[in-house]
Write a protein that binds this ligand. Structure first.
Ligand SMILES: [Zn+2]
Length: 102
């Protein structure tokens, strides 16, 4: 068991911009990626990823908390953008509350 968090600049589809994201790891796998700007959270379904993504970078990026390089941030953004809708969860309630509290 090892949980940790790290930050990376990734492209947020929702913000339509590169924003600071918090990447949360559980058991050495990315558990979720949260945009610090709008609060959209993407949860990673690893069973789905294992079945449908064979790219080496996915394994590399998703399997261990490592220092993000610019290249990896780009790869991860591409990966997140390519995820089908059912793999990601977008808690719009949180998003709404975030904006209502401004
Ligand atoms: Zn965002």
């Amino acid at each position: 068991m090892s949980n940790s968090k790290m930050d990376a600049y990734l492209f947020c589809i929702h913000c339509d911009n590169e924003t600071s994201h918090t990447i949360e790891y559980k058991n050495n796998h990315i558990h979720s990626v949260t945009c610090n700007n709008c609060g959209v959270e993407i949860k990673i379904d690893h069973d789905y990823v294992r079945k449908h993504f064979k790219e080496e970078f996915v394994v590399r990026v998703l399997s261990k908390p490592v220092r993000m390089t610019k290249e990896m941030e780009k790869d991860l953004t591409g990966f997140l953008v390519s995820l089908p809708f059912r793999v990601v969860t977008k808690p719009f309630r949180v998003y709404k509350e975030f904006h209502e509290n401004k």
